[in-house]
Design a protein around this ligand. Structure first.
Ligand SMILES: Cc1cc2nc3c(=O)[nH]c(=O)nc-3n(C[C@H](O)[C@H](O)[C@H](O)COP(=O)(O)O)c2cc1C
Length: 364
């Protein structure tokens, strides 16, 4: 074990963050934010900081090869955090030590995944009802993580009233950052996002706090900034829907104005890039079409004058049908609309509003 006595909160991450403006982070998203997607995001301007999909950690687990490749081949030119999910302390420490041998800026612990199968195993968001266990895990991990150590959490399991106790636990450890997704586990991805607990975290903690949840536009980032005072924003589905979002927010941060205004035809071209860029070689047409729908779910929802796009896109079984639906919706004059703060993308995961694929492969 490396031993980290004397590590000061925040000191391993702060030097990697842009000075004078909020840091923009691409959220980790299972089966979405892989190496190919990072590459595409970077081409559109990209985030300041990236987080991998989570590595599942349990006795005998080995870091997933395809996620490790995102770190080894990181094409973004920006620092990346490796995210872990699990509750087995020796396995978490063993994995953290292995991940630190890769080009990582830090290790992030997931305390937010709401998938029932994960929570039943007291991993991800399923740890939130057990602050003492979180305390022990954070202590153990801090002592074996030499680089930045960050946590991504929700604001409670059942109720935001649980958050103050969680903040006490986070404050006890020399963390380098905390991302707060302003929903409880029970809320899954439903509205509203609670900004007040994020503001509490900003006030209470001596390290950077990143706000997350439904920040879908420049106006959304501005609202999150005003409501939370957070050191940064983590963007998930909003960045899938609008890959120019990081650039737009950066323009607003540095000049007070947004110059970039993507057209519908540019959005159509982005979908083509996603289709070409994110399918591993050898995938059947049906599977490629299935994979692109994970992204299009978020792109297709908010196009005025194209109300049938989501259904048409979901029904498509071939590449031809899929692109015919995209052309019908997007091959015309017009701009990608800005979503107002409070507007939401409808959850499109399984019936629980969950995005995780079958997680039965490992026992956390
Ligand atoms: C498809 C999908 C997969 C996700 N996978 C992860 C994950 O692996 N790790 C994690 O911490 N959060 C995961 N999340 C949650 C996001 O990181 C983020 O907290 C959430 O989507 C709210 O942010 P947004 O409203 O900007 O999308 C996932 C979300 C989605 C939509």
């Amino acid at each position: 074990m490396a031993g980290n006595w004397g590590v000061r909160a925040g000191e391993r991450l702060i030097p990697l963050l842009p000075a004078g403006r909020e840091v923009l982070v691409l959220a980790p998203m299972q089966d979405v934010t892989d190496l190919a997607f990072w590459r595409i995001m970077a081409r559109y301007g990209g985030a300041d900081l990236y987080v991998t999909e989570y590595f599942r950690v349990y006795a005998g687990s080995v870091p997933e090869r395809h996620i490790a490749e995102s770190l080894e081949q990181n094409p973004t030119g920006r620092p990346a955090l490796a995210q872990m999910i699990g509750q087995d302390i020796p396995a978490l420490c063993r994995t953290a030590e292995r991940l630190q041998q890769l080009p990582v800026a830090g290790i992030d612990l997931n305390l937010g995944c709401p998938a029932p199968i994960v929570c039943r195993k007291q991993a991800g968001g399923g740890l939130l009802p057990y602050p003492e266990k979180i305390d022990t895990i954070l202590g153990a991990l801090r002592s074996c993580i030499d680089c930045a150590f960050t946590v991504k959490t929700r604001i409670g399991f059942n109720d935001p009233g649980e958050f103050p106790r969680l903040l006490e636990v986070f404050a006890r450890h020399a963390l380098d950052g905390l991302t707060v997704h302003g929903r409880t586990v029970r809320q899954m991805y439903r509205q509203p996002v609670h900004f007040e607990p994020i503001r509490e975290a900003v006030r209470a903690l001596p390290f950077p706090v990143i706000a997350n949840g439904n920040i879908l536009s420049v106006a959304g980032a501005e609202a999150a900034q005003g409501a939370t005072g957070a050191r940064g924003f983590m963007l998930g589905r909003g960045a899938i829907r609008n890959p120019w979002l990081f650039t737009q927010i950066r323009e607003w941060q540095t000049t007070g104005e947004v110059q970039t205004r993507p057209t519908l035809r540019q959005l159509r071209a982005y979908i083509g890039e996603l289709y070409e860029g994110t399918s591993p070689p050898g995938l059947s047409e049906l599977k490629r079409v299935g994979k692109i729908k994970k992204y299009l779910n978020f792109v297709a929802q908010s196009i005025p004058g194209a109300e049938t796009f989501p259904d048409a896109m979901r029904r498509a079984a071939t590449e031809r049908e899929l692109f015919a639906a995209c052309d019908a919706a997007l091959d015309r004059d017009g701009y990608l609309p800005e979503l107002a703060p409070g507007e939401a993308l409808v959850p499109t995961g399984n019936r629980d509003g969950c995005y995780d694929r079958d997680l039965t492969g490992g026992s956390f």
